[in-house]
Design a protein around this ligand. Sequence first.
Ligand SMILES: NC(=O)c1ccc[n+]([C@@H]2O[C@H](COP(=O)([O-])OP(=O)(O)OC[C@H]3O[C@@H](n4cnc5c(N)ncnc54)[C@H](OP(=O)(O)O)[C@@H]3O)[C@@H](O)[C@H]2O)c1
Length: 405
Amino acid sequence: MSTRTARDAVLKPVPSAAPRSVTILGSTGSVGRNTVDLIRRHPAAYRIEALTGSDNVALLAEQARLLKPKLAVVANPARYAELKEALAGTGTELAAGPEAVTEAAQRPAEWVMASIVGAAGLKPTLAAVRRGAVIGLANKETLVCAGALMMGEVKRHKATLLPVDSEHSAIFQVFETERREAVDRIILTASGGPFRTVSHEVMKNATPAQAVKHPNWSMGAKISIDSATMMNKGLEIIEAQHLFSMPENRIDVLVHPQSVIHSMVSYVDGSVLAQLGTPDMRTPIAVALAWPKRMGCPSERLDFAKVSTLTFEAPDEIRFPALRLARQALRTGGGAPVVLNAANEVAVQAFLDGRIAFLDIAAIVESCLDRVNAGAAADLEEVAVADQSSRAEARRQVESRSAAR
Ligand SMILES: NC(=O)c1ccc[n+]([C@@H]2O[C@H](COP(=O)([O-])OP(=O)(O)OC[C@H]3O[C@@H](n4cnc5c(N)ncnc54)[C@H](OP(=O)(O)O)[C@@H]3O)[C@@H](O)[C@H]2O)c1
């Protein structure tokens, strides 16, 4: 495991000359759209090298017409003709397929937003790292699957990794890297999701529509389900361990339903530093997009008189076993986090498709962790083997559980 942190080891000075060239991997998603929104408010400060999407060709084409990137890529090759027709005559270079997404990441943009969802973001993000780019990292699954590899490559290629996840952005802003020996613990806050207060019985019958309805944040479907199971917080523990070189037993999770405190760092002298704000992803995106400066952002300002009460509670690992499973995978090491992530991706999609029940998600992940030979996952090939084996096992379990329903 890398002993470096996001701030002390992976940052390098950023040239101040505007405009900053930017590539957005996953521009059509929730994080991608928020990134586009910020860039459109500061048009002189940024120029777009490449945009990538997967299925939402209409939005990708609309974004390309607005931002005039040099390249637009659709990951799903079946949608290429549609993209070609939509952008005919614009002069934007077009490409399709997973390799083309990785090639987009290799183009010479100074700053790259890694906002593809899931393990599909791993290769493109790594490609941006390997050319020493400044990367806004939203795609947490990349660090879950290949954290040690990724952090090693960040160091080797003098890339810069800036966390975009609101919790890790918060920690990044209050973590005194020059005094890291004085850091006692990281405290990741969690909203608790839509099922924080409901019974096990209610969770058993939860529908996808209920589960995607996050109380505070508006996000893509996969991360919304991860928030409902609290697997999202589990993935974030793994992400934090890699970004901040903090052992798992010094990363706490604290349920904070108001989502005002985005996370905290506790120091040996008893001080606790926190970052606060309204729940709007444009703030952590702006922190990364403008780094090392700050930029204006239209997110609603915190009105403390209105907030009035901040509450905290310990997470319930009985109703939310995903938290325990993520910690277990992290402690096991090797390919276990890859297995956890892949099984979770398959199970979440099956739940969204109405094939399995909500509580089946964590059950499938647990069973894959027990059954799949995870290996060492020391390089990309081994990561791919663990990922594929886990997906195959998870699909088998989805089949049998959906047949039994
Ligand atoms: N949303 C948030 O507020 C938030 C907060 C913190 C962290 N994150 C993390 O940020 C990442 C993105 O989340 P999101 O909520 O923005 O997801 P999302 O809304 O589902 O968007 C995902 C993006 O990835 C693209 N994509 C999907 N499958 C792909 C594939 N196989 N190859 C290439 N591109 C693919 C999608 O394209 P199409 O839409 O065109 O199909 C879309 O642009 C996740 O890792 C999530 O955990 C999100």
